[in-house]
Design a protein around this ligand. Structure first.
Ligand code: PGA
Length: 259
């Protein structure tokens, strides 16, 4: 899981999506090490495609965590192509991104599948980075809070929070579908409104037993991270495209620590 650095410490998660190869890992790690500012008060977790996890782990500065994108909803066994939560944990992953809108929209992932994946991740000792977010049509209908609240309730198994200790079993990533890869973001006020809603709902579900940070994701970069982090209850960010450049991602992490 991801260690809980306390309420004031930001969490930055990088999502490489289906990008990268061993050459990118090597250059990325050099760029990141030069930019990020060791000792910065920020928790960082980088999620490359599965085959790159081990190589990236070997090349990262101490204290930077590696996570996975997605995880099987099932235990290890006869399911060709699936990667179990236990295998990811044994390979050094500390987290898994679950319920990303690309998987929901393009790969038919349902709330029920997302719920099972969250349970498997937590059960294996991985933090589930649970993505929720509304489409543009849902936002324009005034349904953003309703949609993300429903996705959250459907995905979080209450029993998951009984033995978290001082780790974070879940981080929620609020990712409006219309902001992902689009170069546009909600205003800090719009982000704050949804984050308050998610954070309140999550505390009720978890019975206040654990802190559940709420990250913002969707077109985050070095130029807008200050604005984004000024929103109410923004505990960190999930960065897609801008996480593919090691030096640029290092800058984002340093800025996150400073805000
Ligand atoms: P983006 O992606 O930063 O490229 O918008 C974020 C995500 O999809 O996690």
């Amino acid at each position: 899981m991801i260690p809980d650095g306390g309420p004031g410490r930001r969490l930055v998660v990088g999502n490489w999506k289906s990008n990268g190869d061993p050459g990118l890992v090597d250059g990325w790690a050099r760029g990141f090490a030069g930019a990020w500012g060791p000792g910065a008060a920020v928790t960082v977790c980088v999620c490359p495609p599965h085959p790159l996890v081990a190589r990236l782990r070997e090349r990262l500065p101490g204290g930077i965590l590696v996570g996975a994108q997605d995880v099987s909803a099932h235990p290890a066994g006869a399911r060709t192509g699936e990667v179990s939560a236990e295998a990811l944990a044994a390979c050094g992953c500390r987290a898994a991104i679950v319920g990303h809108s690309e998987r929901r929209a393009l790969l038919g992932e349902t709330d029920e599948t997302v719920r099972r994946k969250v349970g498997r991740a937590i059960g294996a000792g991985l933090a589930a980075v649970l993505c929720v977010g509304e489409t543009l049509e849902e936002r324009e209908r005034g349904d953003a809070a309703l949609v993300v609240g429903r996705q959250l309730e459907a995905a979080l198994p209450p029993r998951a929070f009984e033995s978290a200790g001082d780790a974070l079993p879940v981080a929620i990533a609020y990712e409006p579908v219309w902001a992902i890869g689009a170069g546009r973001t909600p205003t800090a006020a719009q982000i704050g409104e949804i984050h308050r809603h998610l954070s309140d709902r999550a505390s009720v579900i978890a019975g206040n037993r654990v802190r559940i940070p709420v990250l913002y994701g969707g077109s985050v970069g070095a130029s807008n991270i200050g604005d984004i982090l000024s929103g109410d209850r923004v505990d960190g960010v999930l960065v897609g495209g801008a996480s593919l450049d090691g030096s640029g991602f290092g800058d984002i992490c340093r800025l996150a620590a400073a805000h």
